[in-house]
Design a protein around this ligand. Sequence first.
Ligand code: ADP
Ligand code: MG
Length: 369
Amino acid sequence: MLGGGQLGRMFTHAATAMGYRVAVLDPSPSSPAGEIAHLHLQADYEDKQALSKLVKECAVITTEFENVPAEVLEHLQNDCRVYPAAGAVGIAQSRIREKRFAQSLGIPCTAYHPVCSKQDIEQAFKEIGPDLILKTDRFGYDGKGQVVVKNAEQAIQAWKDLGAVECILEKVIDLQTEISSVLARSSTGEISYFEIAENIHRKGILFTSTVPAHVDEATRQLARHHAQKIAEDLNYCGVLATEYFIDRNNDLYFNEMAPRTHNSGHYTIDACYTSQFEQQVRAICGLSLGSAVTHSAVTMVNILGDLWQEGEPRWCDIIDDPHVKLHLYGKQQARPGRKMGHFCVLAPPGEDTLVQAERMYSRLQPKFE
Ligand code: ADP
Ligand code: MG
């Protein structure tokens, strides 16, 4: 596993439950996946010695982190099976590349303009302004590297503040809601789709994912169809996540893709026959895929480091509720915005889980009386 964060940790849980041994490559000494894997290679993603050790020890290499240099994956592909392949990861590393790729398949994206200069910014405002979001083309996550801008002047300043790196200016969508699709595709082309999740973000960070999503069947089908096209065109093997915006006219737009398991798919651990992590294990190890059926209504809530500001969160209500499942990632330091864990509220199909989940979340605050 390239990358040792929580996604790698939950993958390692799933893989070891099925009897596999897992090696994790991650530069950090305190890696959530590294600490539970059979082998933690604490080294940079470009460290030749560590990479050759990985090739020697492993039958297959996968990733939980899309920013492993695509050249490293390409190099590894010469000596080992690598799923997903370097080409797919390379596209997902760049907002511009992934949008161009989606458009080439006829999938609608929000209007956007690549930015490499002041002139690009001025042009973007002429063509798609006035309400735009400036985003770095690469390395952005959880709303990092993004600024809402109202005019070219503001955007130029924001672009400089982001280091004048390659960026994208994107039209702000008047959001009705956001949804995501998580699917798994095996090396033989079998695809298994998890149910579409409805996602609420706060300050650019995923707050809740709910299944079933409150969107009509046609929208659900459309999102699934887009995801299928992407997976098939890439001859993808592994777990693939795609995010979509739905605007006030009920139009659907591709936002971004992730060549890996996804935060909005964490609900599958507790609410599906097979989790997205087990599906990743199955896809990359050449097994047939498990059933992606959801057996409960569910809301997943992210637990961010912000909750530690007044001390350890109050876990008691979550632990005492028999319908709530707590997952903590073993991170030693809580920082605002850092994903420390999540919990899932389960209910019989048809019941509303979001309201319960929000209530539960507010009771985590240490100050709660
Ligand atoms: P990342 O998840 O990589 O940080 P996203 O592009 O998915 O980046 O943006 C994070 C969140 O910010 C989105 O899920 C959405 O809530 C909001 N957002 C981003 N771009 C737009 C946009 N063009 N219009 C409206 N909201 C947006
Ligand atoms: Mg996103």
